[in-house]
Structures are given as C-alpha cells and as structure tokens.
Ligand binder design. Structure first.
Ligand code: ATP
Ligand code: MG
Length: 180
C-alpha cells in the first residue's frame, strides 16, 4: 500500500489545482519557507478525516479554504483527493486503487467520497482503521512526534500499539455494541 497521488484545489495556499504524483520510492519535497510544504501534509491529514483544527494548524475549520492572495481571489471551497495503491489489499476495499476525497464549503457543508461514492466521515475512519493511516496512526510523523511518543503516557502508547497490531476496529465495534 502506498500513496500514489494527491490532488489539491482551494486548500490553504493552493488557489490553483495541483496534482502531486508519488511512486513507491522515496519522495522529498523542497521549497522556500512558507511555500506550502507543510500544507501538503495538512491536506493529507485532512482528507483522512482530521477534524481537529489545531492539528491542521488553524483556528477554525474554514481556515483551510484558500483565502486569496493579491493576484487571486478567495475560493468558496477546499478540495483534496488522494489515491492509494491497494494491490496488497491492506485497505478493506475490493479495489486495487482507492480514491478518497473531501470537500468543504464556507457554509460548513462537507462531503466525503470513497471511489466516487458519497460516504460518511465514519466510513472514511473505518476504511483506514488498523492500517496505520488512521487519525491515531503513525504514518505521519510530524515534528516533535518522536519526542511525544517517548514521553507519552502508558495509555497513549498502548493506543498506538493497538493500531499497529490491528485491533482498534474490534474495540470500536465492541464499544458501539455496548452503547446500544
Ligand atoms: P516552512 O519551510 O517555513 O515550514 P512551508 O513550506 O511548510 O514552510 P506552509 O506552512 O506549508 O509552508 O505554508 C504556509 C503558507 O500557507 C503561508 O504563507 C500562509 O499564508 C499560507 N496559507 C495558509 N492557509 C491559507 C489559506 N487558507 N489561504 C491562503 N494561504 C494560506
Ligand atoms: Mg513547514
């Protein structure tokens, strides 16, 4: 499983549509300060279902929508789409290529899609649960993350190990069943 493509339009500094193609090797992204390198990582977190604005380095969710520059006026929505190679079948999907996208309008209305089908945020979370790509996953290691793992409480560290071994799905289902 690897990330093949990211498409961004109207998310943070991306006032124009960009398409970034990755292969299954190592890719480095370089650029001057403030040129949008971290915004690409934010876009990936966001499309994976991130709801915590602080993690996205913003004050409110609307801040992720392109707010305009001197040359280009603000846009009405943010859109991010990622394509993941799933030939190894790690994602619970019948497709060998899985596409997930998210769109957010200034009204607060938001949409999620998996392979062009409209889905709920819950479906996106379930798709990535136990794959290492979920919200509590470890596939995005940000600045300071290693330090925080080392300093984490035993409970938080246990959550990360549970995600790695793939039992979060069962724990979530058990908790849902107990709540009913
Ligand atoms: P550094 O090397 O300093 O880490 P970087 O390449 O990671 O820089 P980012 O943090 O990705 O840079 O980009 C910051 C830029 O994104 C800032 O110029 C900021 O104004 C711009 N930006 C953030 N949100 C928006 C938005 N909603 N609309 C327009 N521009 C935005
Ligand atoms: Mg940065």
């Amino acid at each position: 499983m690897y990330l093949k493509k990211v498409e961004i339009y109207g998310f943070k500094s991306f006032g124009q549509k960009v398409e970034i193609i990755f292969d299954n090797k190592v890719t480095g992204i370089v650029g001057p300060n403030g040129s949008g390198k971290s915004n690409i990582v934010d876009a990936i977190r966001w499309v994976l279902g991130e709801q915590r604005v602080k993690t996205l380095r913003g004050g409110k969710m609307e801040d992720v929508i392109f707010s305009g520059t001197e040359e280009k006026r603000a846009l009405g929505y943010a859109f991010v789409s990622i394509t993941i190679d799933n030939t190894t079948g790690i994602l619970p999907s019948e497709y060998s290529e899985v596409n997930v996208s998210r769109r957010l309008y200034r009204s607060g209305e938001s949409e999620y899609y998996i392979n062009k089908n409209a889905v709920r945020l819950k479906d996106v979370h379930e798709l990535f649960m136990d794959t290492g790509l979920s919200r509590e996953g470890y596939s995005i290691i940000s600045q300071g993350k290693i330090e925080s793992i080392v300093n984490n409480s035993a409970v938080d560290r246990k959550l990360m190990i549970e995600e790695a071994v793939g039992i979060v799905k069962y724990k979530t289902r058990k908790n849902e069943a107990l709540r009913k």
